[in-house]
Design a protein around this ligand. Structure first.
Ligand SMILES: [Zn+2]
Length: 576
């Protein structure tokens, strides 16, 4: 992360400068018009094209040259060496995490283009940056700090190919990038294992800026429904702060504002069960609407387990590019406004999420259970869901990009009452121990914990402590590779007793911010932890001991702990 340029000229000064310039050049006196500001690639091409990487760079360069009050930087480099730009916008302008904290406002991190064929987040975010900073009237930039990352999967964006190849279920534009990054990794399955340089850079940004809200911009690729955009909070039951707050206090308000202020119907993200054969066998006989997944490999779920608010945004893939940009633009703008309005509540939510684990080690009464496995709820609410009817064309012609051959959209929408599976329930909870202790050889897992912003200490000498060790009864390895991994699931049992811990063991106290994330990543039975992603494979043996031990009381470790090695990830150089 480097701050390249700080443009500190306020836009009002820019307007004055432009007026002076036009007067001196004997042009008619006029306030700046939209013609003075850069336009996005879609705006320049009547929405036939999306931005290439060079378009994004030149758009941002134009804003910089105009002196727009923005701070520009790079979160890091892709595997092909492209800088991933970020832009900070707020009034007054801040350019560092420390100055953002001093403002005392919520920090909102909005990311476009994680799946690079899903293009409108990138283009909407550029337009929004321009419009918010060029507006002299009060707006969300007066009450939040916005960090925009418009082209997160920059390498994937540059693999342009016809939409029929790269995004077959999408209504244009004609040429788009690919879903994966240049290493063929899906960045929205990478938030736990963090193998991609893009993920590692974004985790460093999360640690440094500690955004209160993370928004991830996508396009759907499933059902024909009646919503311009669908959304989701963090779905993990472990996201007890940001997940619940977003679901109950933010998203219902955003839905109403999208309808009344922008005439966009929006709804909880999902697909019709009839389109997802095999997803939910219990309800095969009935229609329903079901969301996707609760695991933290997905960015907005991960972000909820960090104790913050994550919001997934999915523009409707069968809408035109122009409409997808408009709905995404409106949704992000409304998020920024609402987060600004609720600033004190959101800031105190973040503070509570961080302080709760600090009490875990001190008072048994304060212990909170952490859900580490979950499933879709069995008793969904009933609600009306809008479906669009398709009809047969009578031949095998293509009626619209993204619509199956031989079918066409009818424009007929029906609201059908059905069960809505929009949340998950825990199937396995764990009470946080005072600490987890990792065997001395687990240096790779420790490096990854630190990348997640988790503080790890190291003991100098051998010690013993009351705790539990996990005896492995069975190791279930997924036969099919996924993201170059054979995911692992363990079954076994905890055995309580005095634990002998060798010198150079790594100690991870849960009494720190992100305590719930520590539990999720390290518990052997977690559905998306380090075990899942093969971090501990070489130490797993049927009948053997899991290399992470639960410790109930850290007070006896005494002076054997080398506190000097406790640097958190936020204090380390950022990968770049
Ligand atoms: Zn996506």
């Amino acid at each position: 992360m480097t701050t390249e340029v700080l443009a500190k000229v306020r836009w009002s000064c820019l307007a004055a400068a432009l007026l002076c310039f036009t007067a001196c050049a004997s042009a008619p006196r006029r306030p700046p018009t939209p013609a003075d500001y850069p336009r996005t690639r879609p705006e320049l091409t009547n929405y036939r094209e999306t931005s290439r990487y060079s378009d994004v760079r030149s758009f941002l360069d134009s804003l910089r040259r105009l002196g727009a009050p923005l701070a520009f930087g790079s979160i890091g480099k892709t595997s092909e060496g492209r800088d991933i730009p970020y832009i900070v916008a707020s009034r007054p302008l801040v350019s560092t995490p420390a100055s953002a904290r001093q403002l005392g406002r919520p920090v909102v991190y909005v990311q476009g283009n994680i799946h690079a064929g899903e293009v409108e987040g990138k283009d909407a975010l550029l337009a929004l940056l321009r419009d918010l900073t060029s507006s002299a009237t009060p707006n969300a930039l007066d009450s939040v700090v916005l960090i925009a990352v418009p082209i997160y999967n920059a390498d994937g964006n540059e693999r342009f190919a016809p939409q029929s190849v790269n995004r077959s279920e999408q209504n244009g534009p004609e040429m788009v990038g690919i879903r994966a990054n240049a290493q063929n990794l899906d960045l929205n399955r990478d938030y736990v294992k963090a193998e991609a340089p893009e993920t590692r850079a974004s985790l460093a940004m999360f640690n440094a800026w500690d955004p209160d809200v993370f928004v991830d911009l996508h396009t759907t690729d499933g059902s024909f429904h009646g919503y311009a955009l669908t959304y989701s909070p963090s779905l993990s039951p472990a996201a007890i702060f940001g997940g619940v707050y977003a679901r109950d206090s933010l998203l219902p308000v955003l839905r109403e504002r999208m309808r009344t202020r922008h005439a966009f119907e929006v709804f909880d993200y999902g697909n019709f069960l009839s389109d997802e054969r095999g997803l939910n066998s219990d309800t095969a006989a009935r229609e329903g609407w079901a969301t996707y997944d609760s695991r933290p490999r997905f960015g907005t779920n991960y972000y909820g387990i960090r104790g913050r608010i994550g919001i997934l945004s999915e523009a409707y893939s069968h809408d035109s590019l122009a409409r997808r940009i408009a709905s995404t633009y409106a949704f992000v703008r409304e998020i920024l406004s609402l987060v600004g309005e609720k600033g004190p509540a959101i800031r105190s939510l973040s503070a509570r999420a961080d302080s709760q684990p600090l009490a875990w080690g001190r008072s048994p009464d304060s212990l909170q259970i952490v859900a580490i496995r979950s499933e879709l709820i069995a008793t969904p609410r009933q609600a009306g869901v809008i479906r669009e009817d398709l009809e047969k064309t009578g031949d095998s012609s293509l009626s619209q990009p993204g619509v199956p051959r031989g079918e066409r959209r009818t424009g007929r929408f029906r609201t059908i009452r059905m069960p809505v599976y929009d949340r998950f329930t825990s199937t396995l909870d764990r009470t946080p121990p005072a600490a987890y202790v990792l065997a001395p050889q687990e240096t790779e897992a420790v490096a990854l914990l630190r990348l997640h912003g988790i503080r790890v200490e190291r003991s100098d000498s051998a010690w013993t402590a009351r705790g539990e060790g996990f005896v492995i009864d069975s190791i279930i390895q997924s036969p099919r590779p996924f993201q170059n991994h054979h995911e692992v699931r363990l079954k076994g049992r905890w055995e309580r007793g005095l634990q002998a811990l060798p010198p150079k063991s790594f100690i991870v106290s849960t009494a720190q911010p992100r305590g719930a994330l520590i539990v999720y990543l390290l518990e052997p039975e977690s559905d998306d932890g380090f075990t899942t992603w093969n971090l501990f494979d070489r130490d797993l043996q049927k009948g053997g001991r899991f290399p992470v031990t639960r410790i109930f009381d850290l007070s006896r470790r005494g002076r054997s702990v080398n506190r000097r090695s406790s640097a958190s990830a936020t204090q380390q150089p950022l990968p770049n």
